[in-house]
Design a protein around this ligand. Structure first.
Ligand code: HEM
Length: 516
């Protein structure tokens, strides 16, 4: 007898006993029916893919484990089969750990759309563009793409460099206060990334106090939007604090949007994302091209603030993750850092005070490879949850049911030994032009692919080349290696498990001398 018929037979027996019994028996029977239904439903949805034969814990499934996700448990799941599954409460989750299946899911917009936790709609607001699907989403994306082209990014770089300079001083100062003993830098890395992003998005319209407030409180949003969270916002819960923080940030952004509109209306040059957006709107107003007028219609301050919040939301955790691993890896591999330093002086023609620009960044070939390898070795986003809109034949043998969560993974494709020799080693040189790794475009899933591919992917590469370059020249940092440094902690994205113990000192960019 197979599992499905066994469960159905049990349901039949239970139903037969209902007549003429007391309330508690009725209750017990009802409970049994629900439990049996839960197992049958799971077994049917699971079909032939990898996963437990029955739900080990009825109804809840591995809910308790999912509250504290462990990288090793995810990895074991990926290794269990190209498609595997798990069921938590009524949610049936299918995980694809194969490169081609992941790509297929990312690109199947007729069958899937990004999955957001119920509470995200309340925090990011229902009318937010991230919840758009199909053509409406593609059109909105077209209007945002112009804000992240290389030409647009070049305009933001000078003000980003000022933020980087300030944080180099700060990091040295923090270390001095701690007598240059290694201390946790996880929070400081999140702070610098938040400050850099907010300067890129809002320019000088956002004050330092506002930036600090958002940077300090932002983790409340991450915590509120964890995959497993209570869907109703009750006072003083994680989601309540998350919503308060998001509302506070969007209020600030609304105000910045008006200032950007005024600046562009007065003939000012764009120096941040909001400026660039207002300029596109202004130019489109007088444009003969109907499409340009539609794409760059007059967006309200509220709309701009909500879109900017999604950019912060999308960038903050992933960029902080990259930053933590990058500084850890560079400290642990002085040979690689020495090459970065050499290149940084060379692209400035030996003058370290030369301000960074796009042409200079395009010459930073080695630094670029270091960033790329960090993203491959420790991809900040390891999985992206999608939801099935209509029955989706993922393989000839398996159709994902409507309503299931379908999760393409990124990590396995980026550690594929057939493409990346010794995938668990950090080797920037594997990215030289024409190499096997650089030709394997299909494996490069760090930023996803398809209609929702990361909006900030070029921005990430450019800002991190600038950031690493500046820190490498002007500071020296040491990393206290612990048994947990290389272990992975999952907090939306991935971080070193010991929260990154560092100290920073000033460094002379020409002589390499280190000062206390
Ligand atoms: C290391 C840093 C980053 C990583 C690894 C990363 C990765 C990703 C991934 C994997 C996705 C999902 C793609 C898909 O479903 O196909 C995504 C989406 C997105 N990212 Fe990033 N991201 C990073 C930084 C940023 C930054 C700095 C921004 C700022 C603008 C940004 C904006 C977005 C947006 C808006 C989306 C949603 C796009 C859409 O739905 O159309 N990301 N990112």
């Amino acid at each position: 007898m197979n599992n499905v018929t066994a469960a159905a037979a049990a349901a039949g027996d239970a139903a037969a006993g209902i007549a003429g019994i007391s309330y508690w028996k009725l209750f017990a029977t009802f409970t049994v029916l629900v439990l049996v239904w839960d197992q049958i439903s799971y077994i049917q949805k699971k079909g032939s893919i990898a996963g437990p034969t029955f739900k080990m814990y009825p109804i809840i499934g591995p809910f308790l484990e999912s509250l504290d996700p462990k990288f090793e448990e995810y990895k074991a799941k990926w290794d269990s089969g190209k498609l595997s599954c798990v069921s938590i409460f009524h949610k049936f989750v299918v995980i694809a750990s194969d490169r081609d299946l992941s790509r297929k899911i990312f690109q199947a917009s007729q069958f899937v759309k990004p999955c957001v936790v119920d509470v995200a709609v309340k925090i990011l607001r229902p009318q937010n563009w991230v919840f758009l699907d199909g053509k409406a989403h593609t059109d909105y994306r077209k209007s945002l793409n112009g804000l992240f082209t290389k030409t647009a990014l070049a305009q933001y770089l000078p003000s980003l460099e000022i933020v980087m300079d300030k944080y180099m001083e700060k990091f040295v100062e923090y270390s001095k206060e701690n007598n240059y003993e290694p201390r946790v830098f996880f929070h400081e890395m999140r702070e610098i990334l938040c400050a850099v992003s907010l300067r890129a998005f809002c320019g000088n319209y956002i004050t330092e106090d506002q930036t600090r407030k958002i940077a300090d409180d932002y983790y409340l949003v991450t915590a509120a939007l964890e995959l497993v969270n209570f869907p109703i916002i009750l006072p003083f819960t994680k989601t309540w604090y998350g919503k308060k923080t998001a509302d506070m940030a969007m209020k600030i952004f609304e105000n910045c949007a008006q200032q950007a509109k005024d600046h562009i209306a007065a003939g000012g040059e764009p120096v941040c994302v909001m400026d660039a957006w207002c300029k596109l709107m202004q130019d489109a107003k007088d444009d003969d091209d109907e499409e340009a007028r539609v794409l760059h219609r007059q967006f309200s301050n509220k709309e701009i603030s909500e879109a900017i919040f999604t950019m912060l939301f999308a960038s903050q955790d992933a960029s902080s993750s990259l930053c933590c691993w990058l500084f850890q890896l560079m400290a642990d591999r002085p040979d690689i850092l020495a090459k970065v330093r050499e290149e940084q002086l060379a692209v400035r023609g030996g003058d370290p005070t030369k301000r960074v620009d796009l042409d200079m960044i395009e010459e930073m070939k080695y630094t670029y490879m270091v960033i790329k390898e960090t993203l491959r070795y420790r991809p900040p986003v390891i999985m992206v949850p999608y939801v099935v809109k209509k029955k989706f034949p993922v393989t000839p043998n398996y159709t994902a049911p409507k309503g299931a969560m379908l999760i393409p993974t990124l990590y396995p494709a980026l550690h594929d030994p057939e493409v990346y020799e010794n995938p668990d080693e950090f080797i920037p040189e594997r990215w030289v032009e024409g190499s096997k790794a650089s030709e394997a475009k299909k494996n490069w899933l760090v930023f996803g692919c398809g209609p929702h591919v990361c909006l900030g992917r070029t921005y990430v590469m450019i800002t991190f080349c600038a950031l690493l370059g500046k820190f490498a020249m002007y500071t020296n940092w040491e990393h206290k290696v612990t048994p947990l440094s290389e272990k992975i902690k999952v907090f939306a994205t991935i971080f070193p498990k010991d929260d990154l113990l560092l100290n920073f000192k000033k460094r002379d960019p020409i002589t390499g001398e280190i000062h206390e």
